[in-house]
Design a protein around this ligand. Structure first.
Ligand code: FE
Length: 192
């Protein structure tokens, strides 16, 4: 089954109806999954991962080497987080993530994708004019910073390790985690 269809929501609805009709899953079970991702699993899982990476260089090295394995140390993973690749923002490079074909996203790490992530305009423009898209998110980068756009798919889902905000050198991992926003891990925002 391809996840890259022109009408993924329609297809999802059709599959859901079929599963219910065949008695393979109940509507309540589907509602429970959706509810879990809406209320229990949000971007704070990813934020914990980022805060650990900022404060533990060895963890960061493992995260960049094999994000799925490193995140499992923090019990972060699960649904569509089986093959996550973490990319690190630096002074020279800013990373952004999209899924140009549909809306692949590491739900188990970042929760539900924002609606604009699924918008065809974001998905196409982020490749052609990433800086214009960043500007619309209020994100201005120095001209000499290289912007890299990563295309998530059903096989590989990317997350960004944003740069640690200035002035946070004394903060602990637990204090840092709440500073990490969802959009900074998609790469449409930077942390002030
Ligand atoms: Fe996709």
């Amino acid at each position: 089954m391809s996840q890259h269809d022109e009408f993924p929501e329609l297809r999802t609805k059709a599959i859901e109806s079929l599963l219910i009709e065949k008695g393979l899953i109940t509507e309540e079970a589907i509602d429970k999954i959706v509810d879990t991702y809406e209320h229990d699993i949000g971007p704070m899982r990813g934020a914990r991962v980022v805060a650990r990476a900022w404060t533990d260089p060895e963890f960061k090295a493992r995260l960049l080497d094999d994000a799925t394995a490193a995140m499992a140390e923090l019990e972060v993973g699960g649904f569509v987080a089986e093959a996550v690749v973490a990319v690190e923002n630096t002074e020279q490079v800013h990373n952004m993530v999209a899924c140009t074909l549909c809306s692949c996203y590491p739900w188990g790490v970042l929760g539900l994708p924002p609606s604009w992530y699924k918008d065809p305009a974001y998905r196409s423009r982020v490749v052609r004019e990433p800086r214009a898209v960043l500007a619309e998110f209020g994100t201005e980068l120095p001209a000499d910073v290289e912007v890299r756009v990563w295309d998530s798919s059903s096989e590989v889902r990317y997350m960004v390790i944003p740069r640690r905000p200035p002035g946070t050198e004394e903060m602990t991992e637990d204090e840092l985690a709440p500073l990490v926003t969802r959009d900074s891990m998609i790469g449409t925002a930077v942390l002030a």
